[in-house]
Design a binder for this molecule. Structure first.
Ligand SMILES: Nc1ncnc2c1ncn2[C@@H]1O[C@H](COP(=O)(O)OP(=O)(O)O)[C@@H](O)[C@H]1O
Ligand SMILES: [Mg+2]
Length: 287
């Protein structure tokens, strides 16, 4: 698909039901043009992971995902040796020709490739999603740098494995800690915030089949006003989608205060937030 202008990118993303704002389309266009990774940052549930999935659908490239977590190491991110296979190979060798064995068991055949290595060794270019990179320790970030800048992996026993193809890389961060300067420098930065009411309404229309335009507009408006309250956890786009589905399931065509009060727990996940929102949004003065 054509990604030759920000407008073309926007149209392509829309065609796979991802509703971008102008900034998202612009950064994707530039990342594609400049062959740079995108670092997407923003609150939970605003479409960061979904952007990578949408890019995979748009380009027809496979998505390879590295889900980050505390304690993620090289063996899970890059590669590890297949010890079991190595052991079998050693046991099967009756002459114990160690030199030959060693050459053999440290060859590519005995390597288990993990997402990062898999992404650069793939015959066809892929979309590489490095999800929630802020969850790994800052030292582990260093693992990513060689991949992101040189598109290669150094393996002591084997040498440098270079990229067969260059992946389109998307990193996401929920901003639980600062990322290293070195990592940021290699990426184009994209902040995604909660959508405005218009875009959220469009997202709802794309993601919740059967939702009336009227209800979609109401849901988007209410979500917006709830987000303006001082809450522990504002409702994300995923939660407004859930809420819209809830209203549909309950055959509700119009949201009034009672219905809002009754279904707030779908939008908000802290009792204190639910109470606060109920108080602020449903206590209209009695006539
Ligand atoms: N711009 C968007 N267009 C279409 N759907 C979106 C958009 N943003 C968010 N969504 C919806 O919200 C859900 C949560 O988004 P996700 O990418 O998982 O959030 P996060 O930012 O936490 O990675 C997605 O599954 C998708 O249904
Ligand atoms: Mg995510």
């Amino acid at each position: 698909m054509n990604l030759e202008s920000p407008q073309a990118v926007a149209a392509a993303l829309r065609s796979v039901d991802y509703l971008p704002d102008d900034r998202i389309s612009q950064v994707v266009f530039l990342a594609n043009r400049l062959d740079k990774p995108i670092l997407v940052e923003g609150p939970a549930g605003v479409g960061k992971t979904e952007l990578a999935k949408a890019l995979s659908r748009v380009t027809g490239k496979d998505l390879i995902r590295l889900q980050c977590y505390e304690g993620l190491d090289e063996a899970k991110a890059l590669y590890e040796w297949n010890y079991k296979k190595q052991l079998l190979r050693i046991q099967a060798d009756v002459d114990h020709d160690w030199e030959e064995i060693e050459q053999d068991i440290f060859s590519e055949d005995f390597l288990l490739t993990r997402p990062l290595l898999e992404a650069i060794r793939s015959e066809n270019p892929v979309v590489l999603l490095i999800d929630e990179v802020d969850r790994v320790e800052v030292e582990t970030e260093a693992l990513l740098l060689e991949i992101l800048s040189d598109f290669q992996v150094s393996i002591p026993e084997l040498g440098t494995m270079e990229a067969r193809t260059q992946p389109m890389v998307v990193l996401t961060s929920n901003n639980t800690r600062e990322l290293s300067e070195a990592l940021k420098r290699r990426c184009l930065f994209l902040h995604i915030d909660y959508p405005d009411a218009q875009r959220e309404q469009e997202i709802l229309a794309a993601r919740v089949p059967g939702l009336s335009e009227h209800l979609a507009a109401q849901v988007a408006r209410v979500a917006r006003s709830i987000r303006s309250l001082d809450l522990k956890k504002a409702p994300s786009v995923s939660e407004t989608i859930d809420w819209a589905r809830t209203l549909l399931a309950l055959s509700i065509d119009d949201v009034d205060e009672d219905i809002l009060g009754d279904t707030l727990h779908v939008l908000l996940k802290y009792q204190t937030d639910i109470e606060k929102a109920a108080k602020e949004l449903t206590s209209s003065p009695q006539a």
